[in-house]
Design a protein around this ligand. Structure first.
Ligand SMILES: Cc1cc2nc3c(=O)[nH]c(=O)nc-3n(C[C@H](O)[C@H](O)[C@H](O)COP(=O)(O)OP(=O)(O)OC[C@H]3O[C@@H](n4cnc5c(N)ncnc54)[C@H](O)[C@@H]3O)c2cc1C
Length: 411
């Protein structure tokens, strides 16, 4: 079918999470109208992502968001790998070593729900920044020159929204991806992950702890990160650890089990004060295509991965920025809609060759059970960190700097 774009029709965005907000803001800056439809009544206080890598901070800076995030977040130039078996720090990486290459030589810890809140606080008052809560995308029909989206409102009625394109920013279970019959290829890990946040200041307990840490252990690896939390409360340390394969959410979230998990890491007589705990099913999957007719995918609707390395949302923000430029050009009639195929080519490669490959490797690195392989992996990590050039190359990959540069060169 030929593609016509009517300037009357806005871009419809399904979902109101962080990727949707960044896409909306980028379209708004380009002067392209949009309507964002979020099923929840208000922004969700989602405690998943917090780590923003240097290229992502630069992109958000272009949109005018970074100054707020930096003021309210935590800069983390250094991260460390620890061997939990021998209680040894294996490697330290310092993003300050990349200060001549990147604008922001640190990872910024800023929770994803704050990003959503910030965009709404800054732009939500403008009627052109059209965000509608309590609107659930149910299905859609594609036509030669538009797309019709059926949306359930809070009173149960169905309203039709006419758009030029529909972008699924509606997460891993995306209704848009399923409606477009796009395969989501990959696998789900048998074990779930639990994240436990505590107010206890762990640096007071062990000064080897950096703001971002990875612990290798054959049974219970761990990601340990610090975030600011809410302004009137102390900072929060977040542990992300695997659950036993048959452990239920109820078991894992019992006070006793959570205290036992934290005390296995840092022995303490008193109980830890727990700020929150969440259980996650974790998958490695990438959609076959990120564009099909008038349907586009960005963020978790297009790709999901384990959180070791903090890459999922970063990749989603990279999608949103990449897509907004191309979609704006198409919407304005400055480019042929074929440009959207380039979006898939670039961002699909970024997902598979960088985010998927790196996060799968990160998990293997931390959970290795074979003692010989384990020692080999830890020795390799130590050797990389001790060689300045190898350490820089490692950080370029781990911080998605290579991902952005390599995929930008695809045409
Ligand atoms: C423990 C953990 C830690 C993580 N840490 C990091 C990190 O540090 N850095 C990082 O980069 N990534 C991290 N991630 C991944 C990150 O959380 C996700 O990649 C990110 O949330 C994806 O954002 P999104 O906007 O694409 O989707 P989501 O955040 O899932 O938002 C989707 C939105 O769509 C709405 N929605 C769904 N269906 C519909 C519908 N039919 N109609 C209307 N609205 C709908 C939902 O209500 C939701 O608001 C982590 C993940 C986990 C599990």
């Amino acid at each position: 079918m030929g593609f016509l774009v009517s300037k009357r029709d806005p871009v419809i965005i399904s979902g109101g999470g962080p990727v949707a907000m960044v896409l909306a803001l980028a379209l708004y800056r380009e002067g392209v109208p949009f309507t964002m439809l979020e099923q929840l009544d208000e922004p969700f206080v989602d405690q998943r992502a917090a780590s923003h890598h240097p290229p992502t901070i630069s992109m958000l800076n272009e949109l005018g968001l970074a100054e707020y995030m930096i003021a309210e977040g935590l800069k983390s130039p250094v991260y460390r790998f620890h061997d939990r078996v021998n209680h040894e720090t294996i490697a330290e990486f310092d993003l300050g070593d990349l200060k001549d290459e990147v604008e922001f030589p640190y990872v910024l810890q800023y929770e994803q729900y704050k990003l959503v809140r910030k965009v709404i606080a800054l732009f939500g008052h403008d009627p052109a920044f059209d965000v509608r809560f309590s609107h659930t995308v149910k299905n859609f029909e594609q036509f030669n020159d538009h797309i019709l989206v059926n949306v359930q409102c809070s009173d149960g009625s169905i309203e039709k929204f006419r758009g030029s394109y529909l972008v699924g920013c509606d997460g891993g279970r995306s209704v848009v991806r399923k409606g477009a019959e796009i395969n989501f290829v990959g696998f789900t890990y048998p074990e779930k992950f639990i994240k436990i946040g505590t107010y206890f200041d762990l640096t007071a307990h062990d000064n080897r702890i950096a703001i971002r840490n990875y612990f290798s252990h054959p049974d219970e690896w761990c990601n340990l990160f610090k975030v600011r939390g809410e302004p009137d409360k102390p900072d929060i340390w977040r542990f992300v650890v695997p659950m036993r394969v048959n452990e239920t959410e109820e078991e894992a979230k019992s006070e006793q089990a959570m205290q036992a998990r934290l005390k296995r890491f840092f022995e303490r007589d008193q109980n830890y004060e727990i700020a929150y705990a969440n259980v996650y099913t974790v998958s490695q999957r990438v959609a076959d295509t990120f564009n099909k007719g008038r349907v586009l995918l960005a963020g978790d609707s297009a790709h999901v991965n384990n959180p070791i390395g903090g890459m999922g949302l970063n990749g989603g923000i990279h999608d949103a920025i990449n897509l907004a430029k191309k979609l704006s050009a198409v919407w304005k009639g400055d480019s042929d809609p074929d440009l959207l195929n380039l979006y898939t080519r670039q961002r699909h490669k970024a997902s598979t060759d960088f985010t998927q490959a790196q996060t799968i490797a990160n998990k293997k690195q931390l959970e290795e059970r074979d003692p010989i392989m384990r020692k080999k992996r830890l020795d390799e990590m130590r050797a990389i960190s001790e060689d300045k050039e190898k350490a820089k190359a490692y950080m370029r990959r781990a911080q998605l700097i290579d991902s952005v540069a390599t995929t930008a060169a695809i045409n």
